[in-house]
Design a protein around this ligand. Structure first.
Ligand SMILES: Nc1nc2c(ncn2[C@@H]2O[C@H](COP(=O)(O)OP(=O)(O)OP(=O)(O)O)[C@@H](O)[C@H]2O)c(=O)[nH]1
Ligand SMILES: [Mg+2]
Length: 311
């Protein structure tokens, strides 16, 4: 229980900027309007769009809110807050968000553009899994620059897990191959693969991912597969655009949304669910090893509106 409290508090703190951006505006609408009319809905709509929830999600949330207001014969704008929170939660419901790979022998491929937080997220995830008693191996398949490998080595040390690296400039496929052999030999539970984030054009990205996927399929067919795209939450709509591009070339199974602690654009998590139907599985709310959390839409929206986690 104690741990859970700390966990929710971290999330609430991490989302401070987003909350200030969305919620203070919303609250002033709820208290500023004396009746529920088109202007009232327009103002809410504007706040949600400014909060990076995206046009699709916002439109659908407002429609849902209107329907609820009508059905329940609500007259007082102040009563709409609970309904709005409910509508946002429903918008994010994309079915069961699976963490199946955590309990299987699995390979997790982590992809994303430059600097979004791939390596950091892998380090945090490794620490999390290790704490659950899992045996974790990291593959430093970002061989593009030496510093990338060193960065992952220091995360491996921090998390207390093994790492397989290659020389700078060596073939990422060879690193993945070696890492699979190591994972098998050591009976590892989860193999986390870090990849290079240099801006790929679509063709290169497809070729590279195709190659890694073939190696994994051939050498480790029994492994459960997970492909996570890391997105930098501070980039708002840009993150959404990146996710769309990755979705076109890879079978993405989930999103890690990072840097939510430093941004007012946390609403993008809603847009990703709503527009892509891909679950956000983890969120980064800081730079330390404990700052990666499983994403829970219910908890996220509660933290966003600073309402108690029991709701
Ligand atoms: N505040 C904050 N910073 C983060 C978070 N996740 C990552 N960072 C920081 O973002 C920067 C880039 O993180 P990396 O993990 O190196 O990103 P990357 O995607 O591996 O980058 P490349 O390998 O260069 O493509 C680092 O300074 C991290 O500390 C987060 O959740 N919150
Ligand atoms: Mg990296």
């Amino acid at each position: 229980m104690e741990e859970k409290k700390g966990f929710f508090k971290r999330l609430v703190e991490g989302l401070t900027k987003t909350r200030n951006n969305i919620v203070s505006g919303i609250d002033s609408i709820f208290s500023g309007f004396s009746s529920i009319d088109d202007d009232f809905y327009d103002e809410i709509e504007e706040i949600l769009i400014m909060g990076d929830l995206g046009i699709n999600a916002t439109t659908s949330i407002i429609e849902d809110l209107k329907r609820k207001v009508k059905e329940q014969h609500i007259k007082d704008p102040a009563e709409c807050k609970e309904l709005l929170i409910e509508s946002i939660k429903e918008e994010m419901n994309v079915g069961e968000t699976a963490y199946e790979f955590e309990n299987r022998t699995s390979v997790v491929l982590v992809i994303g553009v430059n600097g979004v937080g791939k390596t950091t997220s892998i380090g945090k995830l490794a620490g999390k899994l290790k704490d659950q008693g899992k045996k974790v191996v990291l593959a430093a398949a970002d061989t593009f620059r030496a510093a990338a490998g060193e960065q992952l080595v220091s995360w491996a040390n921090r998390a207390g897990v093994e790492i397989i690296s290659g020389q700078e400039g060596s073939d990422p496929g060879a690193v993945v191959y070696d890492a699979i052999q190591a994972a098998k030999a050591r009976h590892a539970d989860v193999l986390l693969v870090d990849t290079a984030g240099r801006l790929h054009n679509k063709k290169n990205l497809m070729a590279e991912l195709g190659k890694l996927n073939r190696i994994i399929e051939k050498e480790y067919p029994e492994a459960y597969r997970e492909t996570l795209v890391v997105l930098d939450g501070t980039t708002g709509q840009n993150a959404l655009a990146q996710a769309k591009e990755f979705k076109e070339v890879a079978d993405i199974t989930g999103i890690i949304l990072t840097k939510l602690d430093g941004t007012a654009k946390g609403g993008i998590a809603v847009a990703i669910h709503s527009e892509l139907g891909i679950p956000v599985k983890y969120i980064g709310v800081g730079e330390s090893i404990d700052d990666l959390q499983k994403f829970d839409a219910n908890q996220f929206v509660n933290a966003l509106f600073n309402v108690s986690q029991d709701k």
